[in-house]
Design a protein around this ligand. Structure first.
Ligand SMILES: Cc1cc2nc3c(=O)[nH]c(=O)nc-3n(C[C@H](O)[C@H](O)[C@H](O)COP(=O)(O)O)c2cc1C
Length: 350
C-alpha cells in the first residue's frame, strides 16, 4: 500500500492487538462508536465459538486524534484481549515464566502449524498458532472502520451479504446447516458478497499490473485467513456466459450514459467504472474440528489426532465484515492516490 498504510501487531492470547495507521488526512471526524459497532459485527453471526461470548472488543485510540478529529499524524489503535487475564503466564514475555502449559505438537491440518513450525523453527506449535490465528482480523476490522469513516465522508458506503453456507443457498436453512455441522463435530464454510457504492470513476489503472484495482482487491481479500477464492462481479461464472450476454452494454438515458447490467462488478480495465463494486469470496470450512482430523505429532513422528482449541463452527458472517474492512483500506488508498490532499477539505474540493 502507498498512501494509506498500516501495520498491526499482537498475538491471539497476548495482552492486546495494535495498529498504526499512516496517511489519513487531517480533519476527519473519528467516531469511536462506529469503530466499536464494526468490531461487534465481526464478532457476530451464527456458529461462532466461546471466545465471542466472553470478549466484547472495543477500540482505544492512543494517538493521531484530538477533540474528535484526525491531526494528519499517525493513528495508534489498541484492542485489549480480555482473555489475557487467563493467559498471562502462558503468554508472558519474560523468560523466567517459561512453561509447557498449553504447548502442543500435533499439527492442525488446514492451519499454518506444519509449515510455520518448519519455517520459524518452532517446536511448540503454540508459537505458530498465536499469530496465524484469525484473531488479528479484529484490529484489521478497526483499521478498516477508520477507512470506512474516510470513505463515508466522501459519500461512499458498503454492505455485505451471505450467499451460501455449505451447500445451502437458502438463508432460511443457514442456521440448521450450522447446527447439523456442530452436532457432528464438523464445520462449514460459505460464500459472501461485498458491495461498495458511489465510487468515483477511475480508481486503479490499466497502465501497469500492480496498479490494477481488481488485483489489489483480490490480494486484500484472498489473504484473509480461510478465504480460498475471490471474484469480481460475475467473474466466477464468466466462462459459462458468452460475450454477447456477459458484457455490460452502454446506453444514453436523459443525456446520461447508463448500463442495465453489472456483470463486470464495477471494474473494467483495472479501474472503477462508476457502477457498484461487487466482490464475492469463498471461505473454506473452519479447520479446527471438535471431531479431530488425523495428523502427525512432530515431537515423535507418530500418527495421532489434531489439537483442538475452542473454535468457531462457521465464521462466514465475520469473514464478510473483515473483507469489507480490507477492501475499504484498498479504496481509501486509491482515493488518496488519485486525489491526494492533506486535509479532508482539500480532498473534497478535488
Ligand atoms: C473471522 C474468522 C474467524 C475464524 N475462526 C476460526 C476458528 O475459530 N477456528 C479455526 O480453526 N479457524 C478459524 N478461522 C480460519 C483460520 O484462521 C484459517 O483457516 C487458518 O489461519 C489457515 O489459513 P488459510 O485457511 O488461509 O490457509 C477463522 C477465519 C476468520 C476470517
Amino acid at each position: 500500500m502507498g498512501n494509506f498504510r498500516f501495520l498491526t501487531s499482537g498475538e491471539s492470547h497476548g495482552k492486546c492487538l495494535t495498529a498504526i495507521i499512516e496517511g489519513l488526512p487531517a480533519g476527519l471526524e473519528i467516531d469511536t462508536e462506529f469503530i466499536n459497532s464494526e468490531l461487534k459485527r465481526r464478532q457476530s453471526g451464527y456458529g461462532r465459538g466461546g471466545r465471542q461470548q466472553i470478549e466484547t472488543d472495543t477500540v482505544e485510540i492512543l494517538s493521531g486524534v484530538r477533540f474528535g478529529k484526525t491531526l494528519g499524524s499517525p493513528l495508534t489503535l489498541v484492542i485489549q484481549n480480555k482473555d489475557f487475564d487467563n493467559w498471562q503466564r502462558i503468554m508472558s514475555i519474560s523468560a523466567e515464566d517459561s512453561t509447557d502449559e498449553k504447548s502442543f505438537t500435533t499439527c492442525r491440518p488446514g492451519h499454518a502449524d506444519y509449515a510455520g513450525s518448519l519455517k520459524y523453527g518452532h517446536e511448540d506449535l503454540r508459537n505458530v498458532l498465536e499469530r496465524s490465528s484469525a484473531r488479528k482480523t479484529a484490529i484489521e476490522t478497526a483499521v478498516g472502520a477508520v477507512a470506512k469513516l474516510f470513505l463515508k465522508e466522501l459519500g461512499i458506503y458498503s454492505e455485505s451479504e451471505i450467499l451460501q453456507i455449505g451447500t445451502s443457498k437458502n438463508p432460511i436453512e443457514f442456521c440448521n446447516e450450522i447446527d447439523k455441522a456442530k452436532t457432528d463435530g464438523d464445520t462449514l464454510g460459505g460464500k459472501f458478497k461485498v458491495v461498495f457504492k458511489n465510487l468515483p470513476v477511475g480508481l486503479g489503472s490499466f497502465v501497469h499490473w500492480d496498479r490494477c484495482l481488481d488485483g489489489k482487491i483480490a490480494q486484500a481479500v484472498m489473504s484473509i485467513p480461510a478465504v480460498k477464492s475471490v471474484s469480481i462481479g460475475e467473474g466466477e461464472s464468466a466462462c459459462e456466459i458468452s460475450g454477447a450476454n456477459f458484457h455490460d452494454e452502454l446506453f444514453v438515458e436523459d443525456g446520461k450514459i447508463v448500463r442495465h447490467t453489472n456483470n463486470a462488478g464495477g471494474i473494467e480495465g483495472g479501474m472503477t467504472n462508476g457502477e457498484d463494486l461487487v466482490v464475492k469470496a469463498v471461505m473454506k470450512p473452519i479447520p479446527t474440528l471438535k471431531k479431530p482430523l488425523k495428523t502427525v505429532d512432530i515431537k515423535d513422528m507418530t500418527e495421532t489426532s489434531a489439537h483442538f482449541e475452542r473454535s468457531d463452527t462457521c465464521a462466514v458472517v465475520a469473514c464478510a465484515v473483515v473483507a469489507e474492512a480490507r477492501i475499504a483500506c484498498v479504496l481509501a488508498d486509491e482515493i488518496l492516490i488519485k486525489f491526494g490532499g492533506d486535509s479532508i477539505k482539500e480532498i473534497k474540493s478535488r
